[in-house]
Design a protein around this ligand. Structure first.
Ligand SMILES: [Zn+2]
Length: 387
């Protein structure tokens, strides 16, 4: 292997790119990819009321199919830097591992993709195109990053065929997990209205806490579904109950509870809202006055159905690690939820154990193995013609 992923990872780790700062990380990628023949664009987006975010799009080749490597160079803050055994933005190594904020989430993954692509291009003329889609605010509000970058690229006529998102998908060992989808997420609030009154004269009041408790129990009790082919059962969890009553002798007039639902591909956000409203209504039996409020959400459920593309990625993983990865839809959201609207996407990257933690680090052996896996994916992709 001629291109060293460790050197690229180290250079990226030295850029203090805490969301939404570019920190020099995109500049480094721009220089590195341009030198390898890529056309590179750095694109800034800013929605009113938010901070400007810089993103990067790079492409080599003009023909189809177009294989995309996606990711983000921004990182979460390091917290107390004194708690780190190696400074978070120094890219130091102890001989076995490289330390720094973003080592696994996900500058390490980007470094491996860049190294694999550069290595591949040094020896091959791809029968198609390769691009990098790099967002600068995945760890932030994610409005000026991937969603706008994808729109921008689509407006330029970019047609993506398949995408690998290099988020840290693995659980314990490199190669154990490929993520092929995510549950959707929906936040709601249940509000029960009663009648305020003196606690000594409950007959003159109507305590909304009684009704709220009954509705919460009803919504908790019945499962939302039994799971689907690629997903665990959907789950509703109450996260807060709020009455805000500061006195001891008052029956409150209103009680609220907040909840989150992680839902699978049996539901859409709208069908789920209808289902929850029906269940609350039947539990209320016409006696509890309630309302449901829903927060806006951009976290839809999605899945890339297992097929030739997921097989190609799994085969590449197995050929390097000896491990057959499981196809998972567990965990929180990622930029894959935006990319899936443009092309099939799978997430495969490093082991996520130290992400967002003090002393985030990546074994050097994992960087080398992931580079070899990405290289195999590219090689096979351009001979398999899946598009
Ligand atoms: Zn990430």
């Amino acid at each position: 292997m001629s291109v060293d992923p460790v050197a690229i990872a180290r250079a990226l780790l030295r850029c203090p790119s805490v969301t939404p700062n570019e920190g020099g990380a995109l500049g480094f990628l721009e220089r590195t990819l341009q030198a390898a023949g890529f056309t590179v664009h750095r694109i800034r987006f800013r929605e009113p009321g938010t901070e400007e975010v810089e993103n990067l799009y790079a492409r080599v080749g003009t023909s189809a199919p177009l294989l995309v490597f996606a990711g983000h160079t921004d990182v979460v803050p390091p917290g107390d830097e004194n708690a780190w055994s190696h400074p978070p933005f120094a890219g130091e190594s102890d001989g076995h591992a490289l330390y720094g904020r973003g080592a696994v989430d996900m500058k390490g993954g980007i470094a491996c993709a860049v190294a694999a692509v550069l290595d591949y291009l040094a020896a091959h003329e791809p029968r198609g195109s390769i691009s990098f889609l790099i967002s600068g605010d995945e760890e932030g509000v994610a409005v000026n990053g991937m969603p706008k970058l994808l729109q921008w690229a689509a407006a330029r006529g970019e047609r993506f065929d398949h995408c690998i998102l290099g988020e840290p998908s693995c659980q314990n060992e490199l190669g154990d997990t490929i993520k092929i989808g995510r549950r959707g997420s929906l936040n709601g609030q249940l509000i029960v209205t009663g009648k305020q009154g003196h606690v000594a004269y409950p007959q003159r009041a109507d305590n909304p806490i009684r009704g709220l408790v009954k509705l919460i129990a009803a919504l908790h009790d019945e499962p939302l579904d039994q799971g689907t082919a690629q997903f665990a059962p959907s789950h509703l969890e109450f996260t807060s109950i709020d009455v805000g009553n500061k006195t001891v002798n008052l029956i409150p007039g209103e009680a609220r509870a907040r909840f989150n639902i992680r839902f699978n591909d049996r539901h859409t956000r709208d069908s789920l809202k209808t289902l929850i409203e029906q269940r609350a209504k039947s539990a209320a039996e016409g006696r509890i006055r309630f309302a449901l409020q829903w927060e806006p959400s951009n976290a839809d459920v999605f899945v890339t159905e297992p097929g030739p593309f997921t097989e190609l990625v799994a085969d590449a993983v197995q050929s390097v690690t000896g491990r057959r990865p499981r196809l998972s839809t567990a965990g929180g959201t990622s930029d894959a939820r935006f990319i899936t609207k443009y092309c099939p996407v799978v997430e495969f990257g490093l082991v996520g154990q130290t992400m967002h933690a003090v002393d985030e680090h990546v074994p050097i052996a994992d960087l080398q193995a992931l580079t070899a896996i990405y290289h195999k994916i590219i090689e096979r992709y351009f001979t398999a013609s899946l598009a």
